[in-house]
Write a protein that binds this ligand. Structure first.
Ligand SMILES: *[C@@H]1O[C@H](CO)[C@@H](O)[C@H](O)[C@H]1NC(C)=O
Ligand SMILES: *[C@@H]1O[C@H](CO)[C@@H](O)[C@H](O)[C@H]1NC(C)=O
Ligand SMILES: *[C@@H]1O[C@H](CO)[C@@H](O)[C@H](O)[C@H]1NC(C)=O
Ligand SMILES: *[C@@H]1O[C@H](CO)[C@@H](O)[C@H](O)[C@H]1NC(C)=O
Length: 349
């Protein structure tokens, strides 16, 4: 992974609070903190509150993350009170077991505005993966009831360098529930590792879920704001030996079209939609082979299983996106797709 550099500037936006430096001691949590991950690993708890109005331990989310010791071995619950936190946040690889818990995805928001063509402190262009407003390198991260946004304006078709991610997950075993992800091109960078997204709202225009993660999206809404042409998922699996792929189960596809539901970012891209509702927004053909020259339509695994709604027929629009039978679909329907039995509690699945 390329080293991360960022530059901060204080700015105040309408309805948003700029973070200020503020330090406080961390209060150990009481037993009332619910443990939601039942694996053998962390022991003990740390409870930290972030409040934009000053009634918590910290005013900014990054300050709270900075307060977690390196090589953390505790369950850390960072409670982020209602408010809009205008800052770029990085959770380094040395800080596993952190949970961000908001007051609701319409109440707590973390936002920033980097674009791929913007330059970092070293003068180099950030490029897509480093634009995310929140970047998580650590394992066992989770987020509940909070939103992440990139506020860079949406590009017009054909504009270069406007990729602007809201969130990037590069750690393994990450869990998200009741979260919102807002952006346009490349909103959610589902980069690497096993991830589970439950009842999340993900909004964007082009490839707005992308990367080489091995992820299940359960009961999520995928909302397109594309102006001329859009695409939901671009999955980057590059070898038949990789276990990565995106499994969408019980999701709902809404917004503006026309849009491709999946694109072959990697040669062996894997994307499956099951029990998913499609509004009438799916482009003719439904899927895109990315470049027309690599014959990815022969090596990808794109499938649908029991999908419905006015756009569902278009999702079966090419011969290389198959209607799966139950046997073939089954691995993409259950949390064992992400080995969830070992790290996702039954009540969280
Ligand atoms: C916390 O809960 C555990 C098990 O639920 C119990 O064994 C332990 O005594 C409790 N600790 C405190 C400080 O209450
Ligand atoms: C964290 O672990 C790494 C690798 O074991 C070690 O080099 C480093 O000194 C540790 N840091 C702290 C603060 O304990
Ligand atoms: C998240 O929000 C939902 C819906 O408002 C609520 O039922 C749930 O208890 C919340 N979860 C947490 C951890 O706050
Ligand atoms: C696969 O893509 C190539 C190149 O665009 C095209 O010529 C071919 O007809 C496609 N095959 C199928 C089965 O759609």
């Amino acid at each position: 992974m390329a080293p991360f550099t960022s530059f901060f500037s204080i700015l105040t936006l309408f309805l948003c609070y700029a973070p200020l430096k503020y330090s406080a001691t961390i209060i150990p949590s009481t037993n009332s903190t619910k443990r939601h991950h039942k694996w053998v690993g962390p022991s003990g708890h740390l409870f930290i509150t972030v409040d934009a109005r000053g009634t918590g331990d910290f005013l900014s989310v990054q300050a709270a993350v900075d307060a977690v010791p390196d090589n953390n071995t505790k369950n850390v619950l960072i409670k982020i009170n209602a408010g809009c936190y205008v800052e770029k946040v990085v959770v380094p690889v040395t800080k596993p077991y952190i949970t961000f818990q908001g007051d609701g995805r319409d109440e707590t928001m973390i936002e920033w505005h980097d674009r791929a063509s913007d330059r970092g402190t070293n003068g180099q262009q950030l490029r897509t993966y480093r634009t995310a407003s929140v970047i998580v390198f650590a394992n066992y991260f989770s987020a509940r009831n909070i939103s992440f946004k990139n506020t860079a304006p949406a590009p017009m078709p054909g504009m270069q360098g406007w990729q602007a991610a809201a969130f990037r997950i590069s750690g393994d075993k990450a869990y998200f529930s009741g979260c919102g992800f807002y952006g346009a091109q490349d909103t959610l960078c589902d980069d690497a590792g096993r991830h589970y997204f439950k009842e999340c709202y993900i909004e964007g225009s082009i490839d707005f879920i992308f990367g080489n993660g091995r992820s299940m999206y359960k009961d999520c809404e995928l909302h397109s704001i594309a102006t001329r042409f859009g695409s939901i998922a671009a999955q980057d699996r590059n070898s038949p030996d990789e276990k990565t792929g995106f499994a969408f189960v019980g999701c709902k596809v809404t917004g503006r079209g026309p849009l491709y539901v999946g694109r072959a970012m990697g040669q062996f891209s894997r994307i499956v939609y099951s029990y998913t509702y499609f509004d009438d927004v799916v482009a003719h053909g439904g899927w895109d082979d990315w470049d027309h020259t690599s014959n990815k339509n022969k090596t990808v695994f794109f499938g649908v299983y029991k999908c419905w709604g006015p756009g569902a027929e278009a999702v079966r629009g090419v011969t290389w996106a198959r209607e799966l039978d139950f046997e073939t679909a089954h691995p993409f329907l259950v949390k064992s797709f992400v080995n969830g039995r070992h790290w996702i509690a039954p009540s969280d699945a």
